[in-house]
Design a protein around this ligand. Structure first.
Ligand code: ASP
Length: 336
């Protein structure tokens, strides 16, 4: 059985409204979850490469990425194909097809990818395209730009051969219709499923890449873009140092440029765990209402040593390393 936990009533004061955030992905402490054993340790794994790490309990996605690495492909291929598993999973209501819509019923997606050369590609607020991560890769590889938004991103995707489709599933439409009865913009930290998928991988050559993809906050204002596709916030890779990615309240991650901060802290000698902790503490220091929202980070350094930390309990993450696909509960700040 999965456990529900809701933290409500946070206001997005900078926007003047509160937005319904669905933060999901945690299970009862140390219980078995489908496909993976939940590890008891909460800190780092042994540094081994190749490896994959992803936010939340996503064993199918990490397995896909691992298989791609085992086939001798690059970390870039691994993270793209890994997160595509979640984008295609209609039961995951926070990524790709089946993602919960904005308050007007539009499913809008944000995704970005970074490679070992430090190149970056992203799409924000794209509609009707199931695999925004692959469009982000095409932006990186086939255009002189790094970020395409909205209709332009969709147009580029169609011109590149992607087929537009309806992404609002019956299940998500039903949830939206229920939400509309009260239409209250209350953030919800929900532990039932999982959320934005951020994935980092190191291939057999020791090269690092990362990907991050999301449908963003559920019932957000139309046009809202979070951290996930913004370089340095939702994702950052420096192949000399390591990588980091984020999940949670995007506005807070954006304000502190969390993933870039983590990589820079690792550059200064911090372990991935120490760097994630400091980045979460930066969010806390800057936001007096930190008790009302979740932010979680994962990171890896060049050696394959990992770290994870979040504000509130119930953020977990998955590693595939040393032939083992494992879910871990992240350590957290708010133990009161
Ligand atoms: N970070 C995502 C966003 O703000 C949502 C999430 O991970 O909960 O769009």
């Amino acid at each position: 059985m999965k456990r529900r936990k809701f933290i409500q009533n946070a206001a997005l004061t900078t926007l003047g409204v509160a937005v319904g955030a669905t933060l999901t992905g945690c299970t009862d402490e140390n219980k078995e979850t489908t496909g993976t054993a939940v590890a008891k340790e909460v800190t780092t794994s042994k540094p081994v490469i190749p490896m994959v790490i992803a936010t939340w309990n996503v064993p199918n996605a990490t397995k896909k990425a691992w298989d791609v690495l085992q086939a001798g492909k690059s970390a870039l291929d691994a993270v793209e194909q890994g997160v595509m598993i979640e984008e295609a999973d209609e039961n995951n209501q926070s990524v790709g097809k089946g993602g919960l819509p904005d308050r007007d019923g539009n499913v809008t997606l944000d995704a970005c990818i970074m490679n070992k050369e430090g190149n970056y590609g992203a799409v924000v607020c794209i509609e009707n395209i199931k695999h925004p991560i692959s469009v982000a890769r095409k932006v990186m590889e086939d255009t002189p730009h790094v970020l395409l938004a909205g209709n332009g991103a969709k147009q580029f995707a169609i011109e590149s051969g992607f087929t537009p489709e309806n992404l609002l599933t019956e299940k998500s439409k039903e949830a939206w219709n229920k939400w509309k009865v009260e239409a209250k913009y209350k953030p919800i930290i929900n532990v039932e499923n999982h959320d934005t998928i951020g994935m980092l991988a190191i291939d057999k050559n020791g090269d690092i890449s990362g990907a991050c993809t999301t449908s963003g906050l559920s019932y957000k204002m139309q046009g809202r873009v979070g951290d996930s596709a913004i370089i340095g916030s939702g994702l950052f890779i420096d192949n000399e140092i390591g990588g980091a990615t984020a999940t949670g309240m995007g506005e807070e991650v954006l304000k502190t440029v969390g993933s870039f901060l983590i990589v820079e802290l690792m550059r200064q000698g911090k372990s991935p765990q120490e760097a994630c902790e400091e980045a979460v503490k930066r969010v806390i220091k800057k936001s007096p209402n930190y008790k009302d929202f979740q932010v979680g980070y994962i990171a890896v350094n060049k050696q394959g040593e990992t770290g994870a930390y979040c504000i509130h309990e119930w953020f977990n993450y998955t590693t595939y390393q040393n032939n083992e696909n494992k879910n871990h509960k992240a350590d957290f700040y708010n133990k009161a």
